[in-house]
Design a protein around this ligand. Structure first.
Ligand SMILES: Cc1cc2nc3c(=O)[nH]c(=O)nc-3n(C[C@H](O)[C@H](O)[C@H](O)COP(=O)(O)O)c2cc1C
Length: 432
């Protein structure tokens, strides 16, 4: 991947030597410290050769700027990193997707430091990676996954791709159907843990999306329960029809009521199906709208912070000019901002669709309830000649009470979603 020039006077050649000498430094189990508030970045060409960086990267990595400039990024590779992670990194980048990953790196002295890196393709070619210090509890679990992957790579001589696919199986078992879903969760966890550690207030856009996402999950859960209830309700009308068949009088009325009730039940079941569509994901880089919003919002806030910090940093060494680098960072920040706004707008649109459809569901259930009342009236009129019908009506009443209870929870979730949408539009934060 990293084909470097063999010209001994080129910067690439120096880079090879720097990389080679770094690789021979023995690793020591000592952590290189850096602040939770520090963000650092590097920019590479299309092959992963470093072209630019900020001062914090130089300090933490322990190399001189001249050693980093033109060196393959592998110069800071730690031997405990499984190949699987870099396969995922390159796979995502080559497909044009931003990639968030935990990476253990090695300093020039052989010390280690963990980062959560967000690498992205950039306009004009090449990639940029911004890194923060991971501080969420997720890192412990990730270390276990990486250890397992590394052992398997060594024991079974796995190819990077096979190892990555196996790592993905483990990530799926943890509840993330794709790598994009995992990285969105991870960036959100790291962003929030860092914010709390830095005593910063919540970001309004993130907390509003959080409210919308939590309540959408609650809504999906309730709709699932409601679907089950409606599925089982078919038994009630079947009983009603059997009962009607035995009646000496009023048979056709009860039958008609049962038939209408059945039709309405089926309509409601079909409507419920349109309300709750299971999300399906394809490949590694597909994520739900909510998770995509989280990723984009966190990435755009981090890029914003990096841009502000970079303004205050001293001049860069090496080949790049600070103004050129500032432009690249600002472009990426704007790109993330644009994508996060689009993702939030999508979220708002689907929230409004759900609201309209639940309103329609409510009206349909009201219609169903009217048929139930007709049945109750009929049972009252038939009284002695239709003993047992009361029992069926009682079960219908019980079913409707349960449905009402679900509708109340659904309505609460919808109201909370609408409030979140409202706050997203007006830019207000979630009430404390
Ligand atoms: C933008 C960008 C940032 C990268 N950052 C790192 C990094 O921090 N640490 C690292 O070991 N590799 C990083 N890489 C990946 C390296 O290019 C390389 O794939 C990796 O070190 C594994 O090298 P190997 O497959 O030759 O062992 C980065 C690549 C890109 C494009």
């Amino acid at each position: 991947m990293n084909r470097i020039s063999s010209d001994p006077f080129s910067a690439d050649h120096d880079a090879v030597h720097a990389a080679a000498s770094a690789q021979t430094v023995a690793e020591v189990n000592v952590e290189e410290a850096f602040g939770i508030d520090e963000l650092f970045f590097s920019r590479t060409d299309g092959r992963g050769v470093i072209e630019a960086y900020n001062e914090i990267f130089v300090r933490v990595a322990g190399f001189a700027g001249s050693e980093l400039q033109g060196a393959p990024h592998k110069i800071i590779r730690h031997s405990e990193m499984p190949k699987a992670v870099f396969w995922l990194l390159w796979n995502g980048l080559k497909q044009g997707s931003p990639v968030g990953a935990y990476v253990k790196n090695k300093t020039k002295e052989g010390k280690y430091y963990w980062v959560f890196a967000i690498a992205s393709p950039i306009e004009g070619g090449g990639y940029l990676s911004v890194r923060l210090k991971p501080s969420s509890p997720l890192l412990d679990g990730v270390q276990d996954l990486y250890r397992e992957a590394l052992e398997a790579e060594k024991a079974e001589d796995l190819s990077p791709e096979d190892s990555a696919l196996r790592l993905m199986e483990r990530i799926k078992e943890l509840g993330f159907p794709t790598y994009a879903m995992f990285q969105a969760h991870a960036i959100h966890q790291e962003f929030e843990a860092r914010r709390v550690a830095m005593h910063k207030p919540q970001f309004a856009d993130l907390s509003n999306i959080n409210t919308i996402s939590d309540n959408a999950a609650k809504l999906r859960h309730e709709l699932n329960l409601l679907s089950e209830k409606f599925h089982n309700a078919a038994l009630l009308t079947a009983n009603m029809k059997i009962f009607a068949a035995k009646l000496p009088v009023g048979r056709s009325t009860i039958n008609e009521i049962a038939k209408n009730y059945d039709l309405m039940l089926r309509d409601i079941q079909n409507h419920l199906k349109t309300l709750h569509v299971e999300e399906e994901y394809e490949g590694l880089w597909d994520a739900s709208r909510d998770q995509n919003s989280f990723f984009m919002l966190c990435a755009s806030h981090l890029m914003e912070e990096l841009c502000v910090n970079f303004e205050k940093e001293g001049c860069l060494g090496g080949k790049t000019s600070k103004s050129e680098e500032t432009r690249t960072l600002n472009r990426l920040r704007n790109d993330y901002k644009k994508q996060s706004i689009e993702a939030v707008l999508h979220g708002i649109q689907s929230a409004l669709t759900i609201q309209r459809r639940t309103e329609f569901l409510r009206r349909m259930i009201l219609g169903l309830s009217t048929i139930r009342i007709a049945c109750r009236v009929e049972a009252g009129m038939l009284r002695d000649s239709a003993k047992g019908l009361d029992n069926i009506v009682g079960r219908l009443d019980g079913f409707h009470d349960e449905v009402e209870a679900h509708l109340a929870v659904i309505q609460q979730a919808v109201n909370a979603i609408l409030k979140g949408v409202d706050r997203s539009i007006t830019g207000q934060p979630e009430a404390a």
